[in-house]
Design a protein around this ligand. Structure first.
Ligand SMILES: NC(=O)c1ccc[n+]([C@@H]2O[C@H](COP(=O)([O-])OP(=O)(O)OC[C@H]3O[C@@H](n4cnc5c(N)ncnc54)[C@H](OP(=O)(O)O)[C@@H]3O)[C@@H](O)[C@H]2O)c1
Length: 278
């Protein structure tokens, strides 16, 4: 039997689809999770317990695997601990596909992890995502009430469906020809935050609209949710996207041989989460 591929973040937004995509390709999968009892992964997956931030856990999980999908949790700009973890991974696998961000070249946690990956394996592929459409799920309670209050309604993004990210990851894990590539992974369109809310309302058949939230109030709420430093990074990013929309890249259609999924398609796939009473 072929060597398995290690999937970290296997219970997360993209990781679950990477697991399914690899199984569909007939590739054995080993999944690393902190809580195997609650992982809820498909039959046939070898589920191992451990924390991706601990080098020993990662080394044990990577033993005998051919390649790894790496999701690094946290937003700490220094990417503390990533170099040790990635080095442990690199002792076992020749190929790492890392879920990064479009801002990686400006540094942040993603720049730090990318550097560690380049230093540790021969074959790396970076999936530099502008924004995951799943971020919109944080609005679901407000959509139920018909109004989403947040700042920068005009900030224009190129959100990508997590299925497209996962499919690109599977191609890069399984096929040759993706090593040394940093793909800019985006959706197929630019859409403002206010329009995202309008589209959600249209798809679920319950009108929803944007209401501009005062910036100080939004900063306080965000800081409570993700910490003050990352809240500032998010706010700076949205503010930039008022004048400079996030780019739309051709990398997803080039790798997959089909157009990327639109935000409207993403909402259809998650309509239940936005539908009151569901
Ligand atoms: N959201 C965006 O727009 C965006 C944009 C660019 C880049 N990214 C990057 O994409 C990655 C995934 O983001 P996501 O929000 O979609 O997360 P996610 O993949 O849904 O969840 C994170 C996964 O990491 C695992 N994990 C392991 N150790 C963890 C720890 N100490 N704390 C938290 N989780 C831990 C969890 O698995 P277990 O609980 O099973 O262990 C969980 O399945 C992140 O690196 C993020 O920086 C996100």
């Amino acid at each position: 039997m072929a060597q398995p591929i290690l999937v970290t973040g296997a219970t997360g937004n993209t990781g679950r689809h990477v697991v399914e995509g690899l199984l569909a390709e007939g590739v054995p999968v080993r999944a690393l999770t902190r809580d195997p009892q609650r992982a809820g992964l498909p039959d046939g997956v070898e589920v191992v317990g451990g924390d991706v931030t601990r080098p020993d856990d990662v080394a044990a999980a990577a033993k005998g695997t051919a390649a790894a999908y790496l999701v690094w949790p946290g937003t700490d700009e220094a990417a503390e601990g990533a170099a040790e973890v990635v080095a442990a991974l690199g002792e076992h696998v020749d190929r790492i596909v890392y879920l990064s961000a479009a801002d990686a070249e400006q540094g942040g946690v993603w720049g730090g992890v990318e550097r560690a990956v380049r230093a540790s394996v021969r074959e790396w592929t970076f999936l530099r995502v502008t924004g995951l459409a799943v971020n919109a799920l944080t609005w679901s309670d407000q959509v139920h009430r018909g109004v989403v209050r947040s700042p920068f309604g005009g900030a224009t993004r190129s959100l990508v469906h997590e299925l497209d990210v996962a499919e690109v990851a599977v191609r890069a894990l399984v096929d040759d020809g993706h090593a040394g590539r940093a793909y800019l992974v985006t959706g197929p369109e630019q859409i403002s935050q206010a329009d995202q809310v309008r589209v959600i309302g249209e798809v679920i058949g319950v009108p929803a609209r944007w209401e501009e939230q005062p910036l100080d109030e939004a900063r306080t709420e965000l800081a409570e949710a993700v910490g003050a430093d990352f809240a500032d990074q998010i706010i700076d990013h949205w503010s930039e996207n008022l004048d400079v929309p996030e780019p739309v890249s051709e990398d997803v259609p080039r790798v997959l041989g089909r157009p990327g999924l639109t935000f409207r398609e993403w909402v259809r796939d998650h309509a239940a989460a936005f539908t009151p009473g569901s």
